[in-house]
Ligand binder design. Structure first.
Ligand code: FAD
Length: 476
């Protein structure tokens, strides 16, 4: 190794300076380091990032720029095609090394393999690292050497190995970089912000970037963790971490969370149930990435192939219902509250995600991909692995899915998880004066609220769905 070498650090979904193995390795191995972000959304087709994700990305890149600036480096922002752009910058800078942290979705993996092969062939040293998961998907297999299909068994194996995970790397504080002399685009040049400004509500809810992620995590440990297992299902309570977009963009790493939880366990053993529960939620995130890695088709097709033959509604039959669902106008209050929370803040509580997904796929019989696409466009935490798993689980067609007969009843769910209707009233102010029956089940035709009547009969649609699902499940 020659300490006169120049390294490119290619940032992707790891927009942080702490616990960033690619950045740390570059700083340790090379004399000069150039941080680089290449915007090439088309390369993620067919899952080109949606509008809410782009909003987050814009602000996260701004935050990364500031962090890198403080460390002495300028973030170079460029557009793709990625391989050509990398080759160009290598020629321009004389870089000898390229470092990145791995993504595990199928399109990134095949592109990265190609890039590694081409650039290594041209004499560049390419090194990649795991920074975004606790365990590498390829390394976790059953005794028969096959991928796990159920979460419980998978997580038992992974949990047994968590003690081997080393502590997170400290933040890189000083970068010696020639990047200030290089041309760059600004985040604004990438035109990521929405043209129709519907993002006003996002600003009041979210702070983006690594520092904001760390602050949110500290707040969670202090205020929400002590009651996590008890309150995490109540959408009106601040009972969960809301770290999902920060995790998706890699502003904080799962390893930082794991070690933070370990410290918490040492300090306060009384919180053990809550710790186990948040560990297991992080486990679901790992499992989602694991499933997508081993079954790349799960982003686009039902994993249980029998569901490809299910009588989902045809496009022209579903248009009005899909639109009512998207706009939060189904007349089912908890579902509409969730859909409006999504539209206004780019996020929805997990319990409500399950309810709106169950209603769309089961009661309304609309293909889960339609729901997944809407979430993809409107969630700031849109994540191919978590979204595909969440939708397939809800529709009952994935691995380890909800049992087919689990069709959530939104009325009983609202009664249980939003007993006072506070969540519903927050997102549906038109129901402010409504009694509990209306809040749970929707309005009757003689009730004077400026709110739609239910677009479906919950009991009948549940019966019909059960029959369709039973027919599919009987097929071999
Ligand atoms: P916390 O309860 O604080 O959990 C901490 C972290 O664990 C989360 O940030 C998340 O990274 C992970 N996690 C928690 N629950 C799950 C889960 N069920 N599956 C996978 N990871 C989980 N999550 C996304 O990040 N992106 C998505 O696009 C997405 N789409 C979903 C679609 C549907 C239909 C459903 C039912 C769930 C979806 N989820 C998705 C999972 C889950 O709803 C969110 O991760 C969670 O609500 C984020 O809130 P939080 O950060 O406060 O979670």
């Amino acid at each position: 190794m020659d300490r006169t070498d120049t390294a490119l650090v290619w940032f992707r979904r790891d927009l942080r300076l702490a616990d960033n193995p690619a950045l740390t390795a570059a700083v340790n191995q090379c004399a000069r380091v150039i941080p680089l972000y290449i915007h090439a959304p088309d390369e993620a087709a067919p899952w080109i990032p949606g509008r809410a994700s782009n909003w987050w990305l814009h602000h996260s890149l701004c935050a990364l720029q500031r962090e890198l600036h403080q460390a002495g480096a300028k973030l170079i922002i460029a557009t793709g095609p990625t391989l050509e752009r990398l080759q160009h910058i290598v020629r321009q800078t004389g870089a000898t090394h390229l470092f990145w942290n791995r993504n595990y979705d199928p399109t990134s993996m095949s592109r990265d393999r190609d890039i590694k092969q081409r650039l290594t062939g041209q004499g560049l040293s390419c090194q990649s690292f795991n920074a975004n998961l606790l365990s590498e998907p390829a390394s976790i297999l059953t005794g028969q050497g096959t991928p796990y299909k159920v979460f419980g068994a998978y997580w038992r194996t992974v949990s047994g190995q968590l003690h081997q995970i080393p502590p997170p790397l400290p933040p890189v504080r000083r970068i010696s970089s020639p990047s200030k002399d290089l041309p760059t685009l600004s985040p604004g040049d990438l035109a990521l912000l929405p043209r129709i400004p519907w993002d006003g509500g996002f600003h009041s809810v979210w702070q983006t970037g690594e520092q904001a992620a760390l602050e949110r995590w500290e707040q969670f440990l202090l205020h929400a963790l002590p009651a996590y297992d008890r309150l995490r299902d109540f959408p009106d309570r601040d009972g969960t971490s809301r770290l999902s977009p920060h995790l998706h963009f890699g502003e904080i790493s799962p390893r930082q969370l794991l070690w933070g939880l370990r410290q918490q366990a040492d300090q306060s053993p009384a919180t053990v149930t809550h710790l186990e529960r948040i560990h297991s939620q992080l486990g679901w995130r790992e499992f989602a990435h694991y499933i997508l890695y081993h079954s790349p088709r799960s982003a686009n097709q039902s994993l249980d192939r029998r569901f490809e033959k299910l009588a989902w509604k045809a496009d022209d039959e579903q248009d009005a219902e899909l639109q009512a669902w998207q706009r939060g106008e189904t007349g089912i209050p908890i579902v509409d509250a969730g859909m409006r929370e999504l539209w206004q803040t780019g996020w929805m509580h997990n319990r409500v995600r399950m309810l709106v997904a169950s209603l769309l796929t089961k009661n309304l019989g609309v293909h889960w991909l339609q729901g997944a696409r809407w979430f993809w466009d409107t969630l700031v935490d849109a994540d191919l692995a978590n979204n595909s798993l969440g939708w397939q689980w809800s529709a009952g067609c994935g691995v380890d899915a909800a049992p087919y007969f689990r069709i959530f009843n939104p009325a009983t769910q609202a009664k249980r998880f939003d007993p006072e209707g506070r969540y519903i009233k927050r997102w549906l102010p038109e129901l402010t004066g409504a009694g509990k029956n209306v809040l749970y089940s929707g309005r009757l035709s003689d009730e004077p609220f400026d709110y739609p009547l239910p677009i479906l009969d919950l009991s009948r649609s549940r019966r019909d769905a059960l029959q369709r699902w039973e027919r599919i499940k009987r097929q071999q």
